[in-house]
Design a protein around this ligand. Sequence first.
Ligand SMILES: *Cc1c(COP(=O)(O)O)cnc(C)c1O
Length: 375
Amino acid sequence: MNPSPTARPDVPFLDVRAQHAELAAELDAAALRVLHSDRLVLGPEVKAFEAAWAAQVGARHAVGVASGLDALTLALRAVGVRPGDEVVVPAHTFVATWLSVVHAGALPVPVDVDGETGAWPVPAVAAALTPRTTAIVPVHLYGHPVDLEPLLELAQRHGLAVVDDAAQAHGARRAGRPVGARGHASAWSFYPGKNLGAVGDAGAVTTSDAAVADRLRSLRNYGSTEKYRHDEIGWNSRLDELQAALLGVKLGRLDEWNARRRRVAARYGDALADLPDLQLPGAAAGTDPAWHLYVVRSPRRDALRAHLARAGVQTVVHYPVPPHRQPAFAGTPAAAADLPGADRLSAEVLSLPLGPHLPRPDQDRVIDALREFYL
Ligand SMILES: *Cc1c(COP(=O)(O)O)cnc(C)c1O
């Protein structure tokens, strides 16, 4: 909001239009190619993007679907989650992680995050397993890759599946390997605000298990792989040709745009390190986060956010109300759970502007406004 015509415009939280301006000619050509073709759903553009995305993450298969929520839901069903099962999820995440479990017919069993570090403790995950548990859904939240190895080991001991929620982790790496090829299936969102975003809703599942990929291709298309033969109760959750074509163009910039995000994050880290009671995000050893979000923590979060808004700096809280406190989950077992780590994070987290097109003067304005609050 600009108080007067002479005031500077706000520092935007994320500038998606600048992404499209950078690629305008290529995006226009891709869109027109689809518009003038006779294949609009599950055609050659989808096939090409699926192959490119699988190669990008180092998985054998990628299956395009309609959204990140559908990617999670269908991935859970494809790895064998059945109605009545329990699925372990983090208490601090976007609500879609939990919703997917419900849409798969199962019960989300939340495990709290560490209120200090935000980490998801594997012993607590192990303690939450019951004979009804069939899957674990770690989330690479904010683009920080979770260490899947101890979870995979736990899953193997108990005959469970690991479906990782990679909706914020496009291009993130751990021990040099991209996120998306280690779990039994990895779920991606290409919502416009993600590091790789479509021009509308889109999603995908990556997996190196051919049976899981086949099952996904059926589930997304009415439970059918042969026209008018329906082997199971499926969904209509297909990726369309237009989104696939545009995603293919934007994929060519993902690594460079992530490198730009990393540089902004490093700048914030250097410029804000000395501020009292402001906790900055860091890359864990051996990880190369996607820097989807730059999330600071402060016990005075709301006052800080108001100060930044007055200085023309847009911020977002990811997320102000944890899933277990959402009306949608009222009356479920999870609503009664004691999850102090998630409660604390929801009160303290604040996401600063971050994106590949955040100009340096805007970065300076963010830094100056923050320093002004503390000094
Ligand atoms: C965005 C997101 C989703 C859901 O993706 P949609 O494409 O919006 O359905 C799921 N999990 C996390 C962590 C997300 O950030």
